[in-house]
Design a protein around this ligand. Sequence first.
Ligand code: PGA
Length: 247
Amino acid sequence: MRIDIVKNKIELGRASANFVSEAVAKKPRMVLGLPTGNTPLLMYKDLVHLHKNGLFDAPQVTTFNLDEYYGLSLRDRQSYAYFMKNMFFKYVEVLESHIPNGLIPKEKVEEYCGSYERLIAASGGLDITVLGIGGDGHIAFNEPGSSFSSRTRLVELSAQTIKDNSEPFIKAKKKMPTLAITMGIATIMESRTIMLLASRKSKADILKRALEGPVTEDVPASILQTHKNVIIIADEEAASKLAKKGR
Ligand code: PGA
């Protein structure tokens, strides 16, 4: 496992954007797994900046987002579809982009999730998947207790995730969904490369548990210890509790 520690969130954005843009330059028909959240926001800002300066283009790239709130769509400002459109796709054209559809009726969700998996497989599989880490150790919305063999499915958000992610919903005076559609842990682990981003002091404890603690379904991100090609980019605050620093 490679652990790159950068000074702050600005450098984290730059380092992760450079990693993606260099990989896409080498393999233009790249298939990316993409996250949302405050941490990856910095990566998107930098990718858009690179794009505006003629240093990043993705016309042959296919993207699959990790997750979406159940019940929300592009029309909701708190949805991940809205986030992706406004932070990235509005600026950077890709060949195809896929985001789990949060409006699929309950009785069709299982079939829909199977089709999301098949679409990933048909595209050749994920080359690079970018992840954030939840305060509870989740990757995508695979909350503590999620099976390491899980696939794309409807899940319940943990109490901690509901608390951590509630701010935009409180501001908008909207009820926050308690369910989401997420790629599974097995889906993510099949990605050829995984890059996990962690920023801020609030992630220091969970990052240590994920990278240096036992591999357990109680800490979903701990499974990354078993992946052959994983790179962690953490800022100094998030990395502050790690015993093993650097590569
Ligand atoms: P954050 O979210 O970047 O907003 O902290 C990370 C996550 O929940 O995956």
